[in-house]
Write a protein that binds this ligand. Structure first.
Ligand SMILES: [Zn+2]
Length: 447
C-alpha cells in the first residue's frame, strides 16, 4: 500500500529525465510507474509541469547550534532547507562549544533532536587541541571531519603539518573523509598588515571594501590546497576541499585527482554567480571567506564544474544578525551569509548547467562523498524517499525566506529560477505550497 504518489512530473534519475509517477511507501521509493497508472494512496502531489529531483544534500551548513543561536537556530534553518528542496544537511563543528569530542557531539545531537524538518549529519572538528578525540567522534557517529587550516569562530587551533599528517593517518583508518577549509593563515596575516595591489586614491569605501579580498590573496588558498593534497596523499586519507574560490586552487585539485589522490572539490553558488564587484556594491553583506574573486576565477570554477574537478556544491549557509553585519567596518564585520534555501532555485535552469549535472553536484556528489550513497542522492526503486518537486520559473522574484537572518548577496543580485512546490523527507511531505507541513521528523544520519 502506497503512502504518497507524486503524479505527472519528470523524474531526474541516474539514467536521465523520465516521465513517471513516483510511488512512495514506508519512507522509500517503492516504484516508478508510467504516468497515470492506477495507484491508490492517501496523499498525492500534482507535479504536472515540474521536475522531481532527489532531495538536495547540502554538505556544508553552519546551523549555529549550540551557542550561536542568535545568528540562526535549527527550527528556522531546517525549515529554510526544506523550503529550498534540501532534505539532508551536514552541519559544521565550529559552534560554541565546538563539536570536538564525543560528549559535545551527543550534546549537540540532543539539542537538535525533534527540531529538524530535514535529515542531518554532523562533522567532528579536527584541530590541534582534539587529536586524541577523533576515534571517539567516529564511534559516536560523525559522517566526516572538518579542519580549519586558519582561524575560525570557535577556538579550534589549526594543526601544524605534522599533526595534520598524523591525524589523517588516523582518519584514513577510520574510513572517514575530512573537509578542509584551505587558506594559509601566515599569508593572510602578512597580507592583512600590508594588502597587495593599489587601493584607490583617498582610500574611502571602495578601497576598504576591496581590502578584505586583498588580505586573503589567491595564493593563500592555492598553497593550502596544495599542502592538503600532498599530506592527504602521504597519509592515504580521503579529503574534500571546501568552497574552492580560485582558478589556481581548482587546478591543484584537478591535477591531484588526475594523480589518484582521493580528493573531492566543493564550491558554492556565490563563487559561481558573483564576483568581487558585488563586494563593492553590497559591502559587508557580501563578505565571506574565502572572499569573492575575479571574473576570471569565477569562469575557471565553471570550467571545473564542467570537467568534474568540482563534484559537490554546498551553500556554506552561515548567517549573522543584520546588526553584526552592519557594524560599520568591513574588516570587523563577520564573514558569511544565509544560503541553504537558495542553491537549487538559483542554479536550476542556469544555461551553463544541465539538470542532470546539477543533480550530480547537489545530490549524488555529496551522497557519495559523505557515505550516504546509494541510499540517498538518487531516484530509484528502494532508495530513501527524499525528494524535491520543482517548477522552473525563469526570472521569478525571490520566494519567502525562512532562515532567522536570511539576507543573501546572491539573492539580492541574481533571480531565483525555480519554485519548490513540495519537499518530501523520509516519505512525508515536509513542505508544500509555500508552507511547512507536519512536525519536524528529520533523523540523525550516522555511518
Ligand atoms: Zn563554512
Amino acid at each position: 500500500m502506497a503512502d504518497l504518489v507524486i503524479r505527472g512530473g519528470a523524474a531526474v534519475t541516474p539514467a536521465g529525465l523520465q516521465p513517471a509517477d513516483v510511488v512512495i511507501a514506508s519512507g522509500t521509493i517503492a516504484d516508478l510507474v508510467p504516468p497515470g497508472s492506477p495507484v491508490g494512496a492517501p496523499e498525492t502531489v500534482d507535479a504536472t509541469g515540474c521536475l522531481i529531483l532527489p532531495g538536495v544534500i547540502d554538505a556544508h551548513v553552519h546551523f549555529r547550534t549550540p551557542g550561536l543561536t542568535h545568528k540562526e537556530d535549527w527550527d528556522h534553518a531546517s525549515l529554510a532547507a526544506v523550503a529550498g528542496g534540501v532534505t539532508t544537511v551536514l552541519d559544521m563543528p565550529n559552534t560554541l562549544p565546538a563539536t570536538a569530542d564525543a560528549d559535545s557531539l551527543m550534546a549537540k545531537a540532543g539539542l537538535v533532536a525533534g527540531h529538524s524538518r530535514c535529515h542531518y549529519g554532523f562533522y567532528g572538528a579536527l584541530a590541534a587541541s582534539n587529536l586524541t578525540c577523533l576515534p571517539g567522534l567516529a564511534a559516536a557517529g560523525v559522517l566526516g571531519f572538518k579542519v580549519f587550516l586558519g582561524e575560525t569562530t570557535a577556538s579550534l587551533p589549526p594543526p601544524d603539518d605534522g599533526q595534520l599528517l598524523r591525524a589523517w593517518q588516523v582518519t584514513a583508518g577510520l574510513g572517514l573523509r575530512t573537509m578542509v577549509h584551505a587558506e594559509n593563515a601566515a599569508i593572510i596575516r602578512l597580507a592583512t598588515a600590508a594588502p597587495e595591489g593599489s587601493v584607490p586614491a583617498g582610500g574611502g569605501d571602495v578601497g576598504s571594501l576591496l581590502a578584505h579580498g586583498r588580505s586573503r590573496p589567491p595564493v593563500a588558498e592555492v598553497e593550502a590546497v596544495s599542502r592538503a593534497c600532498l599530506l592527504a596523499e602521504a597519509a592515504g586519507a580521503p579529503i574534500a576541499i571546501a568552497h574552492l574560490s580560485t582558478a589556481g586552487a581548482a587546478q591543484v585539485v584537478r591535477r591531484a585527482k588526475g594523480e589518484g589522490v582521493d580528493v573531492r572539490g566543493e564550491t558554492c553558488p556565490h563563487y559561481l554567480l558573483l564576483t568581487e564587484q558585488e563586494v563593492v556594491t553590497l559591502g559587508a553583506l557580501a563578505k565571506v571567506n574565502p572572499p569573492l574573486r575575479s571574473a576570471a576565477d569565477r569562469d575557471a570554477l565553471w570550467q571545473a564544474v564542467g570537467d568534474g574537478t568540482i563534484d559537490q556544491l554546498g551553500s556554506d549557509h552561515a548567517p549573522h544578525t543584520p546588526a553584526e553585519k552592519a557594524c560599520g567596518d568591513l574588516q570587523q564585520a563577520p564573514a558569511g551569509f544565509a544560503g541553504v534555501q537558495n542553491s537549487l532555485p538559483l542554479l536550476l535552469g542556469d544555461p551553463r548547467l544541465s539538470v542532470r549535472r546539477l543533480v550530480e553536484l547537489l545530490c549524488e556528489g555529496p551522497a557519495r562523498n559523505w557515505g550516504l550513497w546509494p541510499r540517498k542522492g538518487r531516484i530509484a526503486r528502494g532508495a530513501d524517499a527524499d525528494l524535491a518537486v520543482v517548477r522552473p520559473v525563469p526570472g521569478r522574484l525571490p520566494p519567502r525566506q525562512w532562515s532567522l537572518h536570511p539576507d543573501s548577496p546572491v539573492l539580492r543580485c541574481r533571480p531565483a529560477r525555480a519554485e519548490v512546490l513540495a519537499t518530501v523527507v523520509g516519505g512525508r511531505t515536509a513542505f508544500r505550497d509555500g508552507l511547512p507541513c507536519g512536525p519536524a521528523t528529520g533523523v540523525w544520519l550516522r555511518p
